[in-house]
Design a protein around this ligand. Structure first.
Ligand code: SAM
Length: 349
């Protein structure tokens, strides 16, 4: 089959074989093929979500992390990182500001920071839940036990973001130290689903040692897991990590993968990521017209934003900043989309 037929097949059957994915991914540098995939993805996105773009208020509440992922700027081994933690009161202030701005989802993201015990997380989640019953609470705090995930869920968290990063096991071990194992990551994702969370997974595009076969494995894994949300962003190197100076993922391949995921998981919530906006000036808008339908502006206190430096030059001002929502609204309007005040749950197929 030629690449156009493969795109049609993915749209109709929501799956390709590994070899077919590899063939298709290898064509991503051809603009005509990218355009074809993007316009098919856009049609599918419009069928489920119209021209609506959902927003989430992202609260990056700690950049302490016990892990040492080779790609990440807040890894434990980065002695140059300026560390911070937000208090419960500061987190609640972020929610209050966000609610006033029209956010109905709060995403609490952080490094794996043992300072925030299960009791602390449960307390924070319960307080937000009681104050904002109409909002979704999303956690993104890494690998935990089944019992911990269950406790957060019972406290009122409804969604959990944990990217699988790469579903190619050998590749996973090239991105992480031995303490981090693919099998654990996989179990966490299935535990989260079993508990009843709306689950977000996803991967970096162009991370060191990634091949078209790794990306095909990502597609297969996502098909099996069937998450509600899929976060896809380019790898961007950070100067104080073992991957300093490695080439960044490309904008072209990232939007192509977004389009393919939209065709495979038609009703998924797919963020147009900050990393995409960082490597390409109108990257966020381009991703929306290729099938993404979520934007996560930064709701953290302004003075800590620069410290949550996962990669070099990470954007945190202008359209990335929650308080400049009007700029974001304008940029979405210019491409025919509309930001809505809504929890933005996953539509049923
Ligand atoms: N600790 C939580 C976890 O592991 O899921 C949430 C925080 S973690 C820093 C959030 C995401 O940042 C990761 O899933 C990874 O994909 C992304 N990230 C980290 N370093 C990156 C880099 N250099 N380039 C692009 N994305 C990166």
């Amino acid at each position: 089959m030629n690449p156009y037929e493969l795109i049609d097949k993915l749209r109709e059957r929501h799956l390709l074989s590994e070899e077919e994915f590899i063939t298709l991914i290898a064509c991503h540098e051809q603009k005509k093929i990218r355009d074809y995939a993007c316009s098919a993805a856009r049609e599918v996105q419009k069928k489920y979500y119209g021209n609506k773009v959902y927003i989430r208020g992202l609260i990056e509440f700690t950049n302490y992390c016990k892990n040492d992922c080779f790609y990440c700027g807040i890894r434990a081994g980065n002695a140059s990182a300026l560390r911070y933690r937000l208090t419960k009161e500061e987190i609640l202030q972020c929610c209050e500001q966000g609610y006033g701005l029209g956010f109905r989802t709060f995403v609490l993201q952080g490094g794996e920071d043992p300072y925030y015990s299960d009791e602390k997380i449960v307390d924070i989640v319960q307080t937000i839940r009681a104050k904002y019953p109409d909002c979704a609470i999303t956690l993104s705090i890494g690998e935990k036990s089944y019992e911990s995930y269950l406790a957060y869920y019972r406290a009122g968290a409804d969604r959990y973001l944990l990217r699988h990063e790469t579903a190619d096991y050998a590749h996973y071990q090239k991105l992480h130290p031995p303490a981090l194992q693919w099998k654990v990551r996989e179990k966490c994702l299935y535990d989260l689903k079993k508990i009843g969370y709306q689950v977000g997974s996803g991967f970096m595009v162009g991370s060191p040692y990634q091949s078209a076969r790794s990306l095909a494995a990502d597609m297969k894994f996502l098909h099996l897991l069937a998450p509600h949300m899929v976060g896809i962003g380019p790898f961007i190197s950070h100067r104080d990590t073992p991957f300093a100076g490695y080439e960044n993922g490309t904008f072209q391949l990232t939007v192509f993968m977004i389009a393919l995921v939209r065709l495979m998981l038609p009703n998924a919530l797919i963020p147009s990521t900050t990393a995409l906006g960082t490597i390409f000036s109108d990257g966020r808008e381009q991703a929306i017209v290729c099938g993404a339908n979520v934007i996560m502006p930064n709701l953290s206190p302004v003075d800590v934003r620069a410290k949550y430096a996962l990669y070099d030059n990470k954007l945190h001002s202008g359209k990335e900043a929650a308080e400049h929502k009007a700029l974001l609204e304008e940029s979405m309007k210019a491409i025919g989309y509309e930001i809505v005040v809504d929890r933005g749950d996953c539509k049923k197929i």
